[in-house]
Design a protein around this ligand. Sequence first.
Ligand code: ATP
Length: 352
Amino acid sequence: MSSSASSPAHVPEMDRSQPAVVVDDLHRSFGSLKAVDGVSFQINHGQVVGFVGANGAGKTTTMRIMATLDSPGSGQVCIGGHNVVHHPTKVRRLLGWMPDAFGTYEHMTVLEYLDFYARALGFKGEDRLRRIQEVMDFTDLTPLADRMSNKMSKGQTQRLCLGRSLLHDPQILILDEPAAGLDPKARVELKSLIRILAQEGKTILISSHILSELGEMCDSLLFIDKGRIVHHGDAESMLRGSEAAAETLINVQISGDPAKLIEWALTAPLIKIEEETKRGARLRVQATDEATLAGVLNRMIQDGLPVFDYHREERRLEDAFIDMLGQIDKGTLKSQAQPPPLPPQKNAEDAR
Ligand code: ATP
């Protein structure tokens, strides 16, 4: 299964000496609301980057500007070396955009729907039919070719939307919450399609609220909060970074009355109770080194606690993200690194 083959002849050159995506000090306000407040990042060719943030953090606004659907208040965005304001037509040819909200049409089959967009993109004759078939095969929509496009499940509809964004075989994809509202099976199917696209070398920016899924799929994660980037790095560095808080979560279970453990933890140094559990507690130990963690267990045993389970909890990306936001609120972590340098600008040949 492959997503790429023929494409219309008029796909513009992509300057591979430049990063696939450059966003430089991007600002966008709605009235007094700073939806995007100085966002900068770069994505190299072939990288898959997860875009993460709470509701209203500024993801869609950033992505819409990248997709030439909205204009920056200030700052610059270049896709494949082309500025989105000066060269919107080139950018649209290079880019596949999958919006978070997606409409289908009444009285239009899957095949007619894709045919309409393939014609709009300039595919003609045999090429058009071949490309539609390739996309339907890739997204597993061939058995649904004659299904009314507005009479499909959410997962099928999302695959149709992805298929539409792939018609012109774009090298760069911006996917805004493609997995939102999908059941686990549909999510796995969509994830495997995205994996294939990544293996084909496409550059992908994908937003999602499901951090664990993004962690598996992405080369790096871009975290945005209140319109500002708070972290750009791989999942491991995200987890390590949040350990700067120098705490470890330990899950302890004891035989007998769990209240004994709580009583003990209330007076023990370096320990806070995170949560009481059925057989014990989750404890936050203010240390990360093995010697201290072993010392805590030792003290429990010496103090007569019948511990039968003591294990360090793997930090989840969700925890790391929440810790990071807490550090920003306390002022111990600054949001947004210095903007990266911009590549040289080209002439505005196809400027609007
Ligand atoms: P979600 O995860 O909920 O989709 P998001 O991170 O994509 O959120 P955006 O949609 O970019 O967030 O919105 C950022 C902020 O800008 C929000 O407070 C939103 O209400 C506001 N906003 C977005 N578009 C507009 C608009 N056209 N007019 C006014 N405010 C807007």
